[in-house]
Design a protein around this ligand. Structure first.
Ligand code: SF4
Ligand code: MSK
Length: 656
């Protein structure tokens, strides 16, 4: 505990999650600092940084250029604001694509080790394996699962090695029309590592200075993230851990249990968390011997989403609430893998009995206990982690326990396959037919995926839920994943027939009820929870299928993506993937590009002017808007614009 803070805000001002608010107030009472306090102490943040005009690429700097005549207009090397902003933007995107590509590569290596009998993971979805083999053109007839898995894993790893051609996973999933456009623009990636290294090179001191060329590099990073990050991870995880299923579970901080050993899994790559869950099942008796009723595994961030959609593990919190999981005083262990793990967790853990455990050799945090994890020793490492949690439970101080009496029902696990399955109950011969008809008739205006994070600059969960409300009211079909999915689940948007149905416009509600009732439910949930960040691949697959069914390009569809509470560069690199497909993307915070009006216009202006824009090149724009109501208006305007271009009839007006 570093310091005693004087709280100058209440929990309720910083989050709309009542349990989280309670724990922010508890942290203030105990003098424990969380991200909410650290942001307050950071303000005001540097104006040059916020505009993206600060450069520290070499030791002639740091340079910060000015928007005003009287200030320096170029860095010491002569770089203009356009160059500096475009370079910073591409560097940020590279920092987003790299962890997703590493995620995918680690899963590919795990699949290979499993196939060769060197790691204890079965092939849980042979069907998905064979489907991938077919997509890759690998002969599967008469080939045993393990042999085929090794062949698929080798092809995945080739996406990190080959020196010419185009990454194989793009060949599996990309629509031909988009691929042709990317080819003409010269942005097709050859290998994920090569492109990440090239991007780091082109943004280095004294390399690429052309803002348009740098921004085209951002499109390549988007394709790397989309295909060799999201799709590759999601595909191979399905093979190893099975296809997500529709699950009904619970969410919010109240999912921790006073009488159980609570283990929070946090991070992204389920190679670890799957094994922790298995070990927790095996070691229940040891927990009972320690006086607990059992072991309760709960999810944080995206590894939480992965376990939720495959096993129904409850969701405790998303990014901004991660420290609050520890503030319950009832978290016996938090075990982390990689990405979105705040170093501040170690400081909060110190104030309680919690075992804070890092597991990867390249993700270590001062103050954490390190239990080295690798696929080959997955079972031993997972058992050691669970035993550390049980040992910590014995040290738990009941006087410090505050578990908010607050959980909500949630449903998750939607995939293109089970969405088509549900639609098939309405029209077995043409499952996409009911959706296409509803869009064509204007009963559904379009679709928006609310993805990505929560952070500290936006009131926690507020913008994600507000935007969803506005879109649903205007009959927009809403999907969600990542920490946005957590937000919407925690506020009741993912329950069939739940209260959130009241937010929906009448025509959308009619469609949700008709499809839900054909499947024995009161309705489909108003928001379909599609899983983790890398499950954006599933959203893209759904759009590709819908475009194919309509006989149009993805860029023509009235669809968009949105990250109202963006915090991670990964949102940007995934966003670049959707932009490259021609899908508009909204973000709720400045992307620090305003320091170059040229770069900002390139990203955000519609086609039609004299300058090059994303819209002219790809058919998509970036919408930067912090107010959810105004953001909804801007997104709706783009959806209507795309409907009009398709010649679709006016959509039903909002009726709620
Ligand atoms: Fe300054 Fe140029 Fe060095 Fe950047 S690369 S710090 S603008 S001299
Ligand atoms: S965890 S990237 S805060 S979604 Fe995927 Fe959440 Fe954003 Fe991390």
């Amino acid at each position: 505990m570093d310091q005693v803070l004087t709280p100058d805000f209440t929990g309720k001002e910083r989050t709309i999650d009542t349990g989280a608010a309670e724990l922010i107030d508890k942290a203030h009472r105990m003098g424990i600092e969380t991200g909410f306090d650290r942001l307050a102490r950071m303000l005001p943040q540097c104006g040059f940084g916020l505009l993206g005009v600060c450069c520290r690429r070499c030791y002639n700097g740091p340079c910060r250029v000015s928007l005003f005549e009287e200030g320096p207009r170029r860095g010491v090397c002569g770089a203009s604001a356009d160059t500096i902003v475009a370079r910073n933007f591409l560097e940020t995107l590279t920092a987003g694509a790299a962890p997703h590509a590493e995620h995918a590569r680690e899963v590919a290596l795990t699949l290979l080790e499993a196939a060769e009998g060197r790691a204890p993971y079965p092939i849980r979805s042979p069907e998905k394996l064979r489907q991938l083999a077919a997509g890759l053109g690998i002969e599967a007839e008469g080939v045993a699962d393990r042999e085929l898995a090794a062949a698929v894993a080798h092809r995945a790893l080739a996406d990190f090695q080959q020196q010419d051609g185009v990454i194989g996973w793009l060949g599996v999933h990309a629509p031909a029309e988009a691929r042709e456009r990317w080819d003409k623009l010269g942005v097709l990636p050859t290998n994920a590592h090569l492109e990440i290294a090239r991007s780091a090179t082109r943004t280095a001191m004294g390399c690429d200075a052309d803002p348009v060329n740098l921004l085209l590099g951002a499109v390549t990073m988007g394709l790397v993230d989309g295909y060799d990050g999201c799709h590759l991870s999601s595909d191979l995880q399905d093979v190893l851990f099975g296809m997500p299923q529709l699950v009904r579970t619970r969410a919010r901080l109240g999912v921790l249990e006073a009488e159980q050993v609570n283990i929070a899994v946090h991070g992204h790559v389920p190679v670890l968390s799957e094994k922790v869950l298995e070990a927790a099942g095996r070691l229940k008796e040891e927990a009972r011997e320690a006086g607990a009723q059992g072991i309760n595994v709960v999810g944080v961030c995206c590894t939480g989403n992965e376990l939720m959609e495959r096993h129904g593990v409850p969701l405790a919190s998303n990014f901004a609430g991660q420290e609050l999981v520890l503030m319950t005083g009832a978290c016996d262990a938090m075990v982390v893998d990689v990405q979105c793990i705040m170093p501040g967790l170690a400081e909060v853990a110190k104030c309680f009995h919690t075992a804070f455990i890092t597991t990867l050799p390249y993700v270590k945090i001062p103050g954490a206990t390190h239990v080295e994890f690798s696929p080959a020793r997955a079972d031993q490492a997972a058992e050691e982690i669970v035993r550390r949690a049980i040992a910590a439970y014995r040290r738990r101080n009941p006087a410090l326990v505050t578990i908010p009496d607050d959980t909500v029902e949630m449903w998750g696990g939607f995939t293109p396959e089970n969405i088509l399955g549900a639609l098939g109950k309405v029209n077995a011969a043409d499952p996409l037919g009911p959706l296409v008809d509803a869009v064509a008739a204007g009963d559904i205006l379009g679709a928006v995926a609310i993805v990505g994070c929560t952070g500290f600059k936006v009131r926690h969960d507020w913008a994600n839920t507000e935007l969803a409300r506005h879109l649903l009211r205007h009959n927009v079909l809403v999907l969600a994943n990542g920490c946005g999915g957590h937000s919407l689940a925690r506020h009741g948007f993912t329950v069939p027939g739940g209260k959130a149905l009241e937010y929906c416009g009448a025509s959308l509600r009619g469609v949700l009820e008709a499809v839900g009732q054909a499947n024995g439910l009161p309705s489909l949930p108003p928001v379909l929870h599609v899983g983790s960040c890398v499950d954006n691949a599933r959203v893209a697959d759904l759009l590709v299928a819908l475009a194919a069914r309509l006989g149009v390009a993805v860029r023509d569809l009235p669809v968009a993506g949105s990250s109202p509470e963006v915090q991670s560069p990964k949102v940007l690199s995934i966003g670049a993937y959707f932009l490259s497909l021609g899908v508009d993307v909204h973000v709720g915070l400045s992307l620090q590009t305003e320091g170059s009006p040229f770069v900002h216009r390139f990203l955000t202006e519609p086609a039609g002017g004299e300058e090059p824009t994303l819209d002219a090149l790809l058919g998509s724009t970036l919408i930067v808007e912090s107010d959810p109501a105004r953001a909804a208006e801007k997104i709706l305007a783009r959806l209507r614009h795309k409907r009009q271009a398709l010649g679709l009839k006016e959509a039903a007006v909002a009726s709620a």
